[in-house]
Design a protein around this ligand. Structure first.
Ligand SMILES: [Zn+2]
Length: 448
């Protein structure tokens, strides 16, 4: 048996995830993502028109030229969930492989949108939907199973390859949420069954492994939002909440609270309408029936005009721009580029952390300063992460008992923190827990 894990992207950074697993010459690729902070640096460029090699050079997408040196044939491209750091490079790389793209229904709907917006390459790989909890034979020797897990986007899967030698698990990204608001809790039974059957190797995210304890549930975020929105004297004022457009569970909580407040929920922004619209269309979520969704500039202006005319206190606006991004709706509202006007005692709730890079910090600072000047009340605590913390990782290691561990989706600080946890659980760095750089591969050989 020969098993090879190829670290293509996401092994030196948070973003541009891509890993290949080669089992006796049959290769399965996991994820093809972008690195979002690199896109921001080159903000004047439209990546939909750019060539893969330029984007590789800019560090935006994974450098898959390393695949030339890997002996074997790519049989499938497997996507775990719809975040752009996992699917955003599909349009730039997938056409180079004669293989189908496999994902859960929501993930594949988002992939279709990506393909439609691409202007440089024609991606014609077949798209195959695999529901969580189901299996699909990829070759005579390899079967893919999607295990239901929770994350900050619906329909996320942990991908498991069943091979004649044991299982290979790709867990990137996940959290263990027992009160997830939208969707069900993780399939712990399946994880324990797979552990009992035997796991040869696991590739795991490490984004939040340096946080002690367990990541709080989405149900906690819903209560924090209730506390901010129902527990504040805001009856006569505007209420605006900003969060991740793909965080459907969070947006569901916000819209439900809006209904409780007797306000009409209004989802504003291009990406807000894309992620929420698809989730509603495929039946993953049901927003209150009075919910309005608007995305193009003219309908956004019209809606804000209406809100100002009817009285801001009748609506609850959910908008893009939690990082202070210049072109996003919240920044445009704060700089009077829409018909909306902030006034003293209006309420803005940031239901998201600042993604820690200096550019975001600067943009958020500017946005908050502008809102403060207008006398707006700012609320920032209502958020929980979508990534497993240290004790969540310890649980999955105990259930799966993998023979080899490869931490991914982090810089060396994070992958090292994961290795440290693994050593606490009896693994040894260099023996059965392995730190890889982008472009490196690891071979396990054994006689069966
Ligand atoms: Zn993710």
């Amino acid at each position: 048996m020969q098993l090879e894990v190829v670290a293509i992207g996401g092994y030196e950074e948070v973003g541009r995830n891509m890993t290949a697993v080669n089992i006796d010459g049959e290769i399965i690729i996991f994820d093809m993502g972008v690195r979002l902070d690199r896109i921001m640096i080159h903000e004047d460029t439209d990546i939909s028109k750019m060539h893969s090699l330029n984007l590789i050079e800019m560090g935006v997408i994974p450098d898959d030229t390393v695949m030339k040196n890997i002996e074997g044939e790519v049989k499938a491209i497997v996507l775990t969930h719809g975040h752009l750091d996992h699917i955003g490079a599909i349009t730039k790389l997938a056409h180079r492989y004669n293989a189908p793209i496999i994902g859960t229904p929501y993930t594949l709907e988002l992939v279709k949108r990506e393909i439609l917006s691409e202007k440089k390459f024609d991606v014609r790989n077949p798209l195959i939907t695999l529901e969580n909890g189901n299996k699909l034979d990829l070759t005579a020797n390899i079967t893919l199973e999607f295990v239901k897990i929770t994350h900050s986007i619906p329909d996320a899967a942990m991908a498991v390859l069943h091979t004649p030698y044991g299982a290979v698990v790709y867990g990137n990204d996940f959290k263990f949420d027992n009160f997830p608001v939208v969707g069900e809790k993780p399939d712990y039974k399946a994880l324990k069954r797979i552990g009992k059957q035997g796991v040869i190797a696991m590739v795991s995210e490490s984004t939040r492994v340096d946080f002690e304890g367990k990541t709080a549930s989405e149900g906690v975020a819903a209560n924090l939002l209730k506390n901010d929105l129902l527990g504040t004297d805001n009856e006569d004022n505007a209420v605006v909440v900003t969060t991740f457009s793909s965080h459907i569970a969070r947006i569901k909580s916000i819209t439900d609270i809006a209904s409780k407040m007797g306000r009409i929920p209004v989802l504003v922004g291009r990406s807000m309408s894309k992620y929420c619209g698809i989730a509603q269309d495929i039946g993953l979520v049901k927003f209150p029936k009075e919910t309005k969704i608007c995305w193009d500039p003219s309908s956004i202006d019209k809606t804000f005009h209406q809100i100002m005319k009817d009285g801001k206190e009748n609506y609850l606006m959910v908008v893009t721009g939690h990082q202070g991004e210049e072109g996003a709706v919240l920044s445009r509202m704060a700089t009077n580029k829409t018909p909306f006007r902030f006034e003293k005692y209006d309420q803005v709730v940031f239901s998201a952390d600042v993604i820690p890079n200096p550019m975001n910090a600067a943009q958020r600072y500017l946005l908050e300063a502008r809102l403060n000047l207008a006398g707006v009340r700012l609320f920032k605590g209502a958020h929980v992460s979508g990534h497993a913390a240290k004790e969540d990782h310890r649980d999955i290691l105990r259930w799966l008992q993998p023979e080899h561990l490869i931490p991914a989706h982090g810089d060396f600080n994070l992958t090292s923190a994961y290795a440290k946890l693994a050593e606490e659980e009896g693994f040894r760095l260099g023996e059965d827990v392995h730190l890889l750089r982008n472009g490196q591969s690891l071979k396990f050989e054994r006689v069966i």
